[in-house]
Design a protein around this ligand. Structure first.
Ligand SMILES: C[C@H](O)CC(=O)C(=O)O
Length: 353
C-alpha cells in the first residue's frame, strides 16, 4: 500500500439504488449483488428500503421484501463485508434498529436534515448500547451555510458517531461548496468525515473527489450510479478514478464493473441519466427521492410536476418549499387509508421523503 492515502468506499446500491426500482429488489438480486461487493472487497454495503428502515409504506413506496428479510438475505450471502442500514428518525424507530441488528447489521447511519442534527442523539446512543457503529448522515447539507453545517456537525460529534457524513441529497452542490464545507469540518472536528453525493448536476464523482482531497476518507457510491434523483456516484467509477489519482481503496474495480453491468443489464429497466426532472431538482436544491415517490404521485392527480419544475428552473425561481407543499397534499390524500402512517402518528422527528 506504501504511502498512498486509504479511502474507504461504502456501496449503497441495495438501499439508495432501490429508489429507481421503487424498492422492488428480489432476494436473488440482493444475494448476487452483495456477493459481487464482497468479492470486490468493498468494506461496507448498505441494505434496506431506500428511505431507510421502516420506510416501506404507501407514502414512501412499499418494498417487495421487508427490511428484515432483505438484511438477512444479504447476511447469508456475505462473510467479510460490513452490512449497514440507514435510519431516518421518525420514519424508522428504535425497535427497527434493534431488529436490524438482530438480522446482522454492524453499522447504522442516522440520517437527519443537516439543520436538525440533534435528532440523531438517542439513535446514536442506542447503537452504542447495541454494540454497533453509528454514522451521522447530514441530509440536504446544501441548505446550510458552511458555518451552520459546522455548528450542527459539532453537536453531532458530541453524540459520539464514528463518522459524520456531508450528504448532497439534492445533488445541488458544486465543487467549491463541497471543498469549503468538507475542509471546515475537517479543520474543526476529530471524527472521520464521509461524503454522499447525488448526480443531478452531473457532479457526483467530481464532488466526491473534491471531498476526498479536502479530507473525507469514507465515500459513497452505487453500482452504475443507480440511486435517487439522477443517481449517485458510480461505485466502479469512483474506485477506478481514486486509483488513477493515487489513492488506495482496497476495492477491485474490475469486479465492480461486472456488478455494474449486471445492474443495468439484468436488474434495472434502463440505465439512469440526468433527465429534466432530476436536473430541475439539482438546480433548485430539492431532494432527489421525490422523483420516485411524491412527484409522480402528484402527476397521478394531473399535475405535470416535472414540467413545472423545469419551467421554474428556466425562470430561475427558488422553490425549496415545493417538497413540503407536495407532502402536505399527499398527507391529505392519504390520511385515513389503511397502511399509511400519518405525520401525527410518527415518533417525534422531521418528516422526510
Ligand atoms: C432518504 C434519502 O434517500 C437519503 C439519501 O440518500 C440522501 O438524502 O441523499
Amino acid at each position: 500500500m506504501g504511502s498512498k492515502r486509504f479511502i474507504q468506499i461504502l456501496d449503497a446500491t441495495l438501499r439508495d439504488g432501490s429508489h429507481p426500482l421503487r424498492h422492488q429488489y428480489d432476494a436473488g438480486t440482493l444475494s448476487r449483488i452483495a456477493s459481487y461487493l464482497e468479492r470486490a472487497n468493498v468494506p461496507y454495503l448498505e441494505v434496506c428500503h431506500g428511505d431507510g428502515l421502516g420506510g416501506s409504506s404507501l407514502h414512501f413506496g412499499k418494498s417487495r421484501l421487508t427490511d428484515e428479510v432483505a438484511i438477512s438475505t444479504v447476511k447469508a450471502a456475505v462473510q467479510q463485508v460490513n452490512i449497514a442500514a440507514l435510519l431516518l428518525p421518525g420514519v424508522g424507530r428504535l425497535t427497527d434498529l434493534e431488529q436490524a441488528v438482530q438480522m446482522g447489521i454492524g453499522t447504522i447511519r442516522i440520517a437527519t436534515l443537516a439543520s436538525e442534527a440533534d435528532l440523531a442523539h438517542r439513535y446514536i446512543k442506542k447503537a452504542a448500547d447495541l454494540g454497533i457503529e453509528a454514522f451521522g448522515f447530514l441530509m440536504l447539507s446544501s441548505t446550510c451555510s458552511p458555518e451552520q453545517l459546522l455548528e450542527q456537525a459539532r453537536k453531532l460529534e458530541a453524540f459520539g458517531p464514528n463518522v459524520i457524513y456531508i450528504v448532497d441529497s439534492a445533488g445541488a452542490m458544486a465543487m467549491d461548496e463541497v471543498r469549503t464545507k468538507v475542509s471546515l469540518l475537517r479543520r474543526y472536528l476529530s471524527v472521520r468525515i464521509g461524503f454522499h453525493g447525488h448526480n443531478n448536476l452531473g457532479l457526483a464523482v467530481g464532488n466526491t473527489l473534491a471531498a476526498v482531497e479536502e479530507g473525507a476518507d469514507l465515500v459513497d457510491g452505487c453500482l452504475a450510479g443507480f440511486g435517487a434523483g439522477a443517481g449517485n456516484a458510480p461505485t466502479e467509477v469512483l474506485a477506478a478514478v481514486l486509483h488513477k489519482m493515487g489513492y488506495e481503496t482496497g476495492a477491485n474495480a474490475g469486479i465492480l464493473l461486472q456488478a455494474a453491468d449486471d445492474m443495468w443489464k439484468h436488474v434495472m429497466p434502463a440505465p439512469q441519466f440526468i433527465e429534466r426532472g432530476a436536473l430541475a431538482l439539482g438546480t433548485l436544491g430539492i431532494r432527489g427521492s421525490s422523483l420516485f415517490t411524491t412527484l409522480p404521485l402528484l402527476g397521478k392527480y394531473g399535475i405535470d410536476v416535472r414540467d413545472i419544475l423545469s419551467q421554474l428552473v428556466t425562470k430561475g425561481s427558488d422553490i425549496r418549499s415545493i417538497e413540503a407543499l407536495a407532502d402536505e397534499y399527499l398527507i391529505k390524500q392519504s390520511n385515513g387509508l389503511p397502511g399509511v402512517r400519518s405525520r401525527e402518528t410518527k415518533e417525534s422527528g422531521p418528516h422526510f421523503h
